[in-house]
Design a protein around this ligand. Structure first.
Ligand code: IDP
Ligand code: MG
Length: 140
């Protein structure tokens, strides 16, 4: 098994409902280590750049509005098969389809306001970590 890094966002709906601690508890109990973490409030350009892959999708504008609606907690997580492990811990994008015991099943409000983001592969993980963290911030 490979030690990997992935990128996580605790999204505005979760921060707003005081769920940072609950979600971090699930992350840490799963064995993932926090390598870097900070709270930020993205501006529009930053959110549009982060979600550029979705810019042709009909929900892009609303997604960006939502992601800049309040602060988020971004982090770099490390562990065995961290990318897949964190995707599994988050659960399906739509909480209606998410498995029991996942973050989205427990906390997500709906398909858009789904409480967390996790990278979907090694290339996006690298790009997304670098989008929000300098090398000297990866201190964990
Ligand atoms: P993921 O977050 O599980 O990787 P993506 O398909 O990459 O899911 O979509 C990115 C984010 O865009 C989702 O987490 C969700 O917040 C939002 N989203 C995805 N599909 C829809 C949709 O059909 N309507 C509204 N928002 C959506
Ligand atoms: Mg995605």
């Amino acid at each position: 098994m490979a030690i990997e890094r992935t990128f996580s966002i605790i999204k505005p709906d979760a921060v707003e409902r005081n769920l940072i601690g609950d979600i971090l508890k699930m992350i840490e109990e799963s064995g993932l280590k926090v390598k870097a973490m900070k709270m930020i409030h993205m501006d529009r350009a930053q959110a549009e750049g982060f979600y550029a892959v979705h810019k042709e999708r009909p929900f892009f504008g609303e997604l960006v509005d939502y992601m800049i609606s309040g602060p988020v907690v971004v982090s770099c997580l490390e562990g065995e098969n961290a990318i897949k492990a964190y995707r599994e811990l988050m659960g399906a994008t739509n909480p209606a389809d998410a498995a029991e015991g996942t973050i989205r099943k427990r906390f997500a409000v709906n398909l858009q306001n789904n409480s967390c983001h996790g990278s979907d592969g090694p290339d996006t993980a690298k790009t997304e970590v670098a989008y929000f963290f300098n090398d000297d911030e990866l201190v964990g």
